[in-house]
Structure formats: C-alpha cells, structure tokens
Design a binder for this molecule. Structure first.
Ligand code: SAM
Length: 210
C-alpha cells in the first residue's frame, strides 16, 4: 500500500446526494449496460434507473460474513445480524420485481465479475466492502469488464476516523498515484489511457476511447 500524505486532504462528504447526481449526469448515458456492486436496499439503484439504462445488474452478497469483507459496514449497520441483510435483500427484490431492466445477482463481487465478458459493460459502480483489499480487488475484477469508452465509478472516497475506509488508498494503488490526486490523465500499463476524476465522495475512471 502506498504511504499517502493525508495531512492536507479534506474529505468532501458534504452535499453527498448532489455529487452522486453529478456523477450520474457526467458518466451515465441512456441505454447503458450497468452494474452496481454493493446494493444494500436498492436506494441508489432507483436513482440509476432514472437514467434509462438498457440493463442494470445489481450485485450483492447480502451476507454478514468475513468473506464479504464487510464486517465493518455490517457492524455499523446492524451489529452483523444476518436478519438485517435478509431484510435488505427482500426489500430490494420486492422493489424491482416488475422492472425487466433489473437483474439481481446474489454473489460476492469477485465471483459475480467472473460472470461477465471482458469489455461488455458501459458503467460499473463499486460500493461494496470499503476496506483496502476489497476495493483493490473490486477495481481489478471489474475494470476488464468495462468497455473502452465506459466508466468504472465508486463511492466513499473519504477519510473516515471512526473506522477504516481504504477506498482512497486502493484507488491510488490501482492507478499508480503516489500523492493524493483528484483529477488526472493516466497511462495505465494494463488498461491504457484513463481519465480519473473525484467529485465529492464519488470517483470515476473513464477508459478513454482514443
Ligand atoms: C454501502 S452498501 C451499498 C449501498 C448502495 N450502493 C447505495 O448507495 O444505496 C454496501 C453493500 O455491499 C454489500 N457487500 C459487501 N461486501 C460485498 C462483497 N464482497 N460482494 C458483494 N457485496 C458486498 C453489502 O451486503 C451491502 O449491502
């Protein structure tokens, strides 16, 4: 993990909904093939659907397990009771049961990614487990699935004091950035030309089509 200097970095958690909307405005084109990784109770999924995607796959393990890499979030949300996860899963299934654009995949993120062809997705949003290894795995698992011209986005680009979020570190490791950076054009050794941008607590990585 890179040793980033956070001393001058201020997390932008204010105006959170506004920046989520801005992210969608800038990255989500109509009739896109989309995946949301980490769905919880489908609240952001509802907003994604207002952008008229062709397809939205919702990936969530809904499992309170160490394998989900999500014990921090689980503890925060429900003291890691499986009952809560079951409730969130059924709420989500009920909410989208009549929407033909929505497919629900109950799997761990890395396993779910294996079910997609490389270069098959226009837009992916990563918001599952938030610690360093999990986010880095998610970036490495999902980026190959994004088409040239498509976007890999994610949530919680923040420094949190109460518990450990590793999103910032994982994004920097993935992009090969040594200093805190919120906008850059990058030549990635594996994924070619990328544009990277942070807005509030949201980030996106655009696989440039040049
Ligand atoms: C922060 S919530 C998602 C919030 C949702 N994107 C929203 O904005 O409304 C995180 C979700 O990720 C799921 N999750 C955690 N680790 C996961 C993993 N390894 N694979 C799939 N889902 C995971 C949890 O079950 C939880 O529902």
């Amino acid at each position: 993990m890179r040793d980033l200097d956070f001393s001058t970095f201020v997390s932008q958690y204010e105006n959170y909904p506004e920046f989520r909307q801005k992210l969608l405005d800038e990255t989500l084109k109509p009739l896109s093939v989309c995946v949301e990784v980490g769905v919880f109770r489908g609240e952001f999924s509802e907003l994604i659907l207002t952008y008229n995607p062709l397809k939205l796959t919702l990936v969530d393990s809904w499992l309170c397990s160490e394998n989900s890499g999500d014990t921090l979030f689980a503890a925060e949300m429900g003291k890691c009771s499986q009952e809560f996860f079951d409730k969130w899963e059924s709420e989500t299934r009920e909410k989208f049961k009549n929407d033909k654009r929505v497919e629900i995949v109950k799997k761990f993120s890395g396993d779910a990614a294996k079910g997609f062809e490389d270069q098959s997705l226009d837009w992916v949003y990563i918001d599952a487990a938030h610690h360093y290894n999990a986010v880095l795995n998610d970036l490495n698992s999902w980026m190959p699935k994004v088409k040239t011209g498509g976007y890999l986005c994610g949530d919680d680009f923040v420094v949190k004091k109460d518990h450990y979020f590793g999103v910032i570190e994982a994004v920097h490791e993935f992009l090969g950035l040594d200093k805190i950076t919120t906008s850059a054009n990058i030549k990635h050794e594996r994924f070619g030309d990328l544009h990277y941008e942070v807005m509030g607590a949201q980030f996106y990585i655009h696989k440039l089509d040049i």
